[in-house]
Design a protein around this ligand. Structure first.
Ligand SMILES: CCCCCC/C=C/CC(=O)SCCNC(=O)CCNC(=O)[C@H](O)C(C)(C)COP(=O)(O)OP(=O)(O)OC[C@H]1O[C@@H](n2cnc3c(N)ncnc32)[C@H](O)[C@@H]1OP(=O)(O)O
Length: 636
């Protein structure tokens, strides 16, 4: 009822042999149990592959036994034991994996499917529900709504759909069993914890953390000697305070004694004020300040908060890989850089995750936890749990430039800038105040890096167009004058001093605009409040739809949480996605089509396919949108 053999000298191959579809008869269950015992106890065996004879994995319960009394070993403990085993088990799925057969595949640590295979839980069609763990494991693997749909319809899905949903790890045109054996050999050294679908991934307990920052001014120094330049900047200070006030020991890294003392005083001052406000004593004994990276050798976790520069961050991570214990988690506080590229320079890509704090980090509630493709479930769970302990509102997001919040900001700011170019300066200035607060140089640097502006770009050839689309150079012109926002006392507005918050309109900006418009022959016209709101907010929501399509956010509610807690979106509007649904998706679509027709060189105004699809499906409420999204990120 199951054949057991050793292949490639170290892989136990268990072949179910119960024609015609290798259903789980009592004899088959018995044979699987025996074979697994052999495989797990034999020191020669390093991995296991389970497959079915004659091109069929397993058709589920053996319907020929339905009439008689239940006999043989129960299935659930057998499946639990396979999943809990310490050797990787790979399911090689050819033909069908249905009902109990699918549940058998779900307890394997990896699943390889032949391109013609079909998978499903057809129990409802027999008037029963999956009862061997499928109702628990499948939602954990692919999310509740997708799992519910499969469980309640009993629908068979193709191997390709299973791959998209994250049920199988690989689809092959070749012999699935042979592919699975090779796969199993490669899986031998990999950790199994995150592959056990039923076991919720436990976050690690973090007792000690290090926070390291590097000031921009130290960039040049850093090129010679990393150990000499770390410096506790604004973000680093805020993060250190967040950690210490919830009882985590913190080592804050500085570059030199003078900076160390300044940073120390600032962090202690912040903690003391915070403790006074909360009527508790400040946990100063948890803090250690150092200029030596060697002091980080025993910490559980490092939060790197250096200047937003990929090359610099890479060097920091390379250095940390040498200093820290192999199990130490590495978190990067970045507002949009590629977390996976950073993971790639370390000796532990699965232990690297993004933690995007918002400034000031000890005040702002939002934390984007950025899941790289190689971040392990345990790493993500630890970052989420640490964020919770720090009192943050956490949202797990995918890895793409700008993640969710800042990626959506681009079309929003673009629209505001185009409106500035086209029309009257007197409209609501939320975007420009915010940019002044965040620092105009941040976006300027990103645009330079992406080749949109800079000394290599000819601004007149063609004017006001870059990379095939409309471009407004006014923000560059503001930056070129050294106006970086509040921190320089000048930006889109003028402030009474550097770092001041009292924004006043600046006649110089008005002159700059007038000169610019006359140079390019732009006739300013009045722009209605409605157009301003529609172009800015609908472009923002439109990018949100694209983010959902790309699987960068798991649900529209996550995008709304990010905008409410990180970007000051008005609470009573519920967030950009909820706002779009309140306005009415048909209306949003119709207005975006209208504006895109008027501005065909602005791709962000082109309605996203998901928005069109939702409208075509009758504009379902926000909580139903997920059902219309094909791509699901299995991590989120
Ligand atoms: C402690 C108790 C253990 C419980 C185990 C856990 C419980 C789980 C619950 C379930 O698994 S419920 C789901 C049970 N499985 C099914 O409902 C699948 C039903 N079968 C099909 O959908 C189709 O047969 C198929 C597998 C998709 C193949 O379709 P195809 O059109 O290619 O061929 P058929 O002519 O339909 O079938 C060929 C042949 O196979 C026999 N057969 C199919 N399924 C089973 C089965 N589960 N058990 C035994 N035999 C099965 C079918 O009767 C045909 O046989 P025949 O002799 O050629 O007529």
């Amino acid at each position: 009822m199951a054949r057991y053999e050793l292949v490639k000298r170290s892989v136990a191959l268990i072949t179910l042999t119960n024609p015609p579809v290798n259903a789980l008869s009592s004899a088959v269950r018995h044979a699987i149990a025996k074979s697994m015992e052999c495989a797990l106890s034999d020191p020669k065996v390093t991995a296991v592959v389970i497959c079915g004879e004659n091109g069929s994995f397993c058709g589920g319960a053996d319907i020929r036994e339905f009439a008689g009394p239940l006999k043989g070993p129960p299935l659930v403990p057998l499946l639990d034991a396979i999943e809990a085993g310490e050797k990787p088990v790979v399911a090689a799925i050819e033909g069908v994996a249905l009902g109990g057969g699918f549940e058998l595949a779900l307890v394997c640590h990896y699943r390889i499917a032949h391109s013609k295979a079909r998978l499903g839980l057809p129990e409802v069609t027999l008037g029963i529900l999956p009862a061997a763990g499928g109702t628990q494991r499948l939602p954990r693997l692919i999310g509740i709504s997708a799992a519910l749909e499969l469980i309640t319809t009993g629908r068979h899905i193709s191997a390709q759909e299973a791959l998209k949903l994250g049920i199988v790890d690989q689809v092959t045109e070749q012999n699935a069993c042979e592919v699975a054996v090779e796969f199993a050999l490669r899986a031998v050294a990999k950790p199994l914890l995150s592959r056990r679908v039923s076991m919720p991934c436990k976050p690690r307990e973090i007792r000690s953390a290090a926070v390291m920052g590097i000031k921009r001014e130290c960039l040049h120094g850093h090129e010679q000697d990393l150990g000499m330049v770390p410096s506790l900047g604004t973000m680093g200070r805020g993060i250190a305070v967040c950690l210490a006030r919830v009882g985590i020991s913190v080592i804050a890294v500085e570059s030199e004694n003078k900076l160390l003392e300044t940073g120390r005083q600032m962090v202690i001052g912040m903690l003391e004020r915070d403790a006074k406000r909360r009527g508790v004593s400040a946990s100063l004994n948890l803090l250690k300040f150092t200029i030596s990276l060697q002091d980080l050798k025993d910490v559980n976790l490092v939060i790197e908060a250096v200047f937003e520069d990929m090359a610099l961050k890479k060097r920091v991570f390379q250095e940390l890989s040498k200093v820290c214990r192999p199990a130490t988690l590495f978190c990067t506080n970045t507002s949009g850089l590629d977390v996976d590229a950073l993971a790639g320079v370390t000796d532990r890509p699965h232990l690297v995750v993004g933690m995007h704090f918002f400034s000031p980090a000890h005040v702002m509630k939002l934390l984007e936890v950025v899941c790289g493709p190689r971040s392990s479930s345990e790493t993500i769970a630890t970052a989420m749990s640490l964020g919770k302990r720090m009192g943050k509102v956490r949202v797990a997001v995918g890895n793409c430039p700008g993640f969710v919040g800042n990626r959506m900001l681009k079309p929003y700011i673009d629209q505001a800038t185009f409106l500035l170019e086209e029309g009257d300066f007197g409209f609501a200035m939320g975007v420009f105040r915010m940019s002044d607060l965040a620092g105009l140089d941040v976006g300027w640097r990103v645009w330079k890096e992406s080749g949109l502006t800079g000394s290599d770009v000819d601004p007149e050839n063609p004017p006001r167009r870059r990379q095939g689309r409309r471009y407004c150079p006014i923000p560059d012109m503001v930056c070129e004058k050294g106006r970086f926002g509040q921190k320089t006392g000048r930006g889109w507005y003028m402030y009474d001093k550097r770092g001041g918050t009292n924004a006043k309109p600046d006649p110089l900006i008005q002159i700059l605009l007038e000169t610019y418009r006359s140079k390019y022959g732009i006739q300013p016209h009045n722009i209605s409040n409605q157009e301003i709101i529609e172009r800015c907010l609908f472009a923002l929501a439109n990018e949100g739809f694209r983010i959902l399509e790309d699987g960068i956010a798991a649900r529209p509610e996550d995008i709304d949480v990010i905008y409410l807690f990180g970007y000051g979106f008005p609470r009573h509007r519920g967030g950009p996605m909820f706002y779009a649904s309140m306005v009415g998706l048909e209306r949003v679509l119709e207005r975006l089509e209208h504006y895109h027709q008027a501005h065909p060189d602005v791709p962000h105004l082109k309605p996203s396919p998901l928005l069109k699809k939702l409208v075509a499906c009758g504009s379902p409420p926000v909580q139903k949108w997920r059902e219309h999204i094909k791509t699901m990120h299995s991590h989120l």
